[in-house]
Design a protein around this ligand. Structure first.
Ligand code: MEV
Length: 429
């Protein structure tokens, strides 16, 4: 494909066989982006200037690079996406490509979002009359709205701002606590700064209305008013038949019932989710914490996805996951690669990004369950892992593929064997 041509399909067969420069060009063509400005970002390793890194965190001594891959084949709400994923784990990007390929021609993913609301918590202690204090706070709804909105007129002008008030009583060991939730629509911002400012501003008012003492004023990462949802139907014939479908459902049921399995099941989902969150400069820890807390919302830790059989015998998968990602602020705005990744996906709102990430999480889970329920992970994993081992043994250029292939043939992906094979290869050359 020439650098001027563009394609709207994310179904790029043989993408993985291209060299890195050709892949970069295909991605830029797909996104309709000028090579002049963005291509250098992808070819180099120093895309985060150290002077900028020094502004982002403290005591900077350098930067650390993570591979950035692009998942193909994703059809989401009728639009094709190439999705950048930053991860150090082999197989993760390939798994999404495979899962998405198997549902691309039958409609892909359908997504939605509950809202873009964040919760800030204000903890009030030393309240002997918590029920009375609770109502006193609720009575000040209008004032609370005004104080919160005055903290961030820009957010309000963009259609966001204070939405709801909740006040809960928690019986703690040291006595009752009255916990106020400020529920704020943060639109395209992740929202931590906005809601934390509001919580700090409202705190003295809450003290004066109740006579109690405010301690913590901070957002909750359990962003259950910011749920991203994705669903997809994989046709039974496209995934290898009814036995594969049933294996996937039994794998899911295992995770649903058993926290030991659910942890690994959800870890697999987060392989995809976190990779896109990181590629876009968002807060991976916030997303991870919110996802796992949400997975335990019923009082036991369970699967973030749901799998079932449709009336036509196809496989229906769905996911619902807190997704507090933003487009403005912090590394998302400042990190040049994060900006490039958003452009590749043609992201226009935080909601759109959240929905794409949910679809990637679902695809990742499909791929993991399918392979686990059939051939097992080691076969595919080992062929990719063998390349790392070949590299570690000192293989270079063409030697990498040759040694890796030999390790797979031998069924022993070990560094000592790779060293022997490399020696034999060089000796025989
Ligand atoms: C490995 O990073 C992820 C898996 O363990 C996920 C799973 O078991 O569902 C394969």
């Amino acid at each position: 494909m020439s650098s001027n041509s563009s394609s709207n399909s994310s179904r790029i067969s043989g993408f993985h066989k291209l060299g890195v420069p050709e892949r970069v060009q295909r991605v830029l063509d797909f996104a309709g982006l000028p090579a002049a400005g963005l291509a250098p970002l992808f070819h180099g390793t120093g895309h985060l200037p150290v002077a900028l890194a020094d502004q982002l965190i403290e005591n900077v001594v350098g930067t650390m690079n993570i591979p950035l891959g692009v998942a193909t084949n994703l059809l989401i709400d009728g639009q094709d996406y190439l999705v950048p994923m930053a991860t150090e784990e082999s197989s993760v990007v390939a798994a999404v490509c495979n899962a998405a390929r198997q549902c691309h021609d039958t409609g892909g993913f359908i997504t939605s979002m509950s809202a873009t609301q964040m919760i800030a918590q204000v903890q009030l202690v030393e309240v002997p009359d918590p029920a009375n204090a609770r109502l006193a706070i609720l009575e000040h709804l209008d004032e609370i709205r005004d104080v919160c909105n005055a903290c961030d007129p820009v957010l309000v002008s963009l259609g966001g701002g204070f939405r709801h008030l909740e006040v809960r009583i928690i019986d703690a060991a040291s006595g009752p606590m009255v916990v106020t939730h400020l529920i704020v629509d943060t639109r395209d911002a992740m929202g931590a700064n906005a809601v934390n400012s509001m919580a700090e501003k409202i705190a003295p008012h809450i003290e004066s209305w109740t006579g109690g003492r405010v301690r913590l004023r901070i957002l909750s990462n359990l962003a259950d008013r910011r749920l991203a949802r994705a669903r997809c139907i994989w046709h039974v014939d496209a995934i290898g038949g009814a036995d594969v479908r049933d294996g996937i459902i039994q794998a899911y049921e295992f995770a649903q019932m058993d926290p030991y399995r659910a942890t690994t099941h959800n870890k697999g989902i987060m392989n995809g989710v976190t990779a896109v969150v990181l590629a876009t400069g968002n807060d991976t820890r916030a997303i991870e914490a919110g996802a796992h807390a949400y997975a335990a919302r019923r009082g036991w830790y369970s699967s973030l996805t749901h799998w079932e059989v449709t009336r036509d015998g196809h496989l229906a998968g769905s996911i619902e996951i807190p997704m507090a990602v933003g487009l403005v602020g912090g590394a998302t705005r400042l990190h040049p690669m994060a900006g490039a990744c958003l452009k590749i996906m043609r992201i226009e709102s935080a909601e759109q990004l959240a929905r794409v990430i949910a679809a990637v999480g679902l695809a990742q889970n499909f791929a993991a369950l399918k392979v686990l329920a059939t051939e097992g992970v080691q076969k595919g994993h080992m062929s990719l892992h063998s390349q790392n081992i070949a590299l570690m043994a000192g293989a270079q250029g063409d030697e990498i593929a040759l040694v890796a292939r030999r390790l797979v043939e031998l069924g022993t992906v070990r560094i000592d064997v790779a060293e022997q094979e490399l020696e034999a290869l060089r000796g025989g050359a």
